[in-house]
Design a protein around this ligand. Sequence first.
Ligand code: FES
Ligand SMILES: [Fe+2]
Length: 410
Amino acid sequence: MQLRPKRISSYWHKLIRVNVKEDDVPEMKDMLDPRHYKNVMTAPLEAESLPPWCYTDERFFKLEVERIFMRVWNLVGRDDLMPNPGDYLATDVAGIPIILIRDQNGQARAFANSCRHRATQLLSGEGNCQAIVCPYHHWAFALDGNLISAAGMEDTIGFDMADYGLKPLRLERWAGFLFINFNSEAKPLLDQLGDLPEHLDCYDFPNLISTRRKIWDVACNWKIYLENQRESYHIPAVHGQSLGDQSATPLDPVGAWSGSLIPVDQTAALLKGETSPFPAIATRSGSALEGSHFIGLYPNTYLVATSDCFWWMEIRPRGPNRIQLVVGSGFPHETVTRPDFAEVAERYYRRWDLTHKEDNDICELQQSGVNSPLAQAGRLSRRERGVNAVDRWIIETLLNDGDTSRVGAA
Ligand code: FES
Ligand SMILES: [Fe+2]
C-alpha cells in the first residue's frame, strides 16, 4: 500500500522531533505567526525558501484556501473558450467547483457548481446546454442561474423556486481572461492586477484565439510549480537540451504579480534552434519589442507573452501535494486563419509539451524531497529572486487574510 506523503511526513516529524526542532511543524493556530517566515520576508540574496511543511501540511493548505484562494481574484479561463450562448466550462478554484457559462444574452457568468436542492455537482467538463439540469433529481436552471423546473416539489411547504437559483460568483475580465472571486468585499480585479496591463496590453490579447489547452496532473504543491516558473536557475540543467539557457531581466511590479523580460529577438515558443514561421504581433510596443514577458500572476497563473503568441498556466491546487495544471495557448486571429496554421502550430505544441514535461518531472522530484522529515529551507541564488517574490506575496497575503492592498511590492 502506498502511504500518502503528508502522512509519512507527519509521522516522521513526530518520531524525530528532537532532531528537527527548527523545522518542526507548528500547530495550525501558530502557522500565522510571522516568526516562522522571518527568513523568507527579506531580500532575496539574504532569504531562505519557505519551511518545508508549507508544501506538505494539510492544515497550512487549508489556511491558504481560506485566506488566499477564497479572498482574491483567480484566473479561470478565457472568454473565447465559450463563444456561444449555452457554452459552459466546469472548473474549480483550489478544489471548489464552479461553472462558467454564457447566457442567452451573450453575457459570461459564473456560478457555484452545486445544485440548490442537495448540492450535487451539476456540470462536468465542457460543452453546450440549453439549461443546466442536475443529474440527481433533474432540477433545471436557466443559463442566468434561475431555477426553472423542480418537478415533485409541489407539496413542499413554503418552497419558492425564486429562492433557489444558483449561487452567482463575481466574474471580471481583463484582456480576454476571466477571473472569479468568492469574496464579495474584494476590490475590483484591476486593483489586484496593478500595472500589469500597462506591460501586456500591447499584445492585444482580446484578438488572440485560444487554440489548445492541455491538462496535466502533477504531484507537487502549487507553490513549487509557481516558484519553478519564476526562476531561471534551473533552465540549463532541466531545459538545456530543449531550450538552452535563457537570461532574464526582472520587471518592477506594482500589484499581485512578478515577472521577467527574457531578451530574445524572436518567439520564445519554439525549441532551441528553430525560427519563427509566424508573423509577429503587430501591436507590440515598448519592452515587448525587446523580449518576451514571463509573468507570475498570483495566486494561480503563469503567463507568457512572446512575439507571435502567448501561453498561460492555470495552477489548480488539489491538496498540499497535488495540482491539476492547465496549459493553454493562443495565437493572433490572423495567424490562426492561415492555411498552414494547424501543421505549423504542431511545432509550438511540441515545445510546450516537452518543456512542461521537464518542469512537471522536476517539480515532482522537489515535492518528493520536501516530503522528507529531513528537508530544510534553503538559500537562493541571484537567478531565484522570483522564488522570493512568490513566497513573500503568499505569506503577506496569508497573514493579511487575503487583503492584497496591504501587500508590499515583493
Ligand atoms: S441534488 Fe440536484 S436535483 Fe436533487
Ligand atoms: Fe522550467
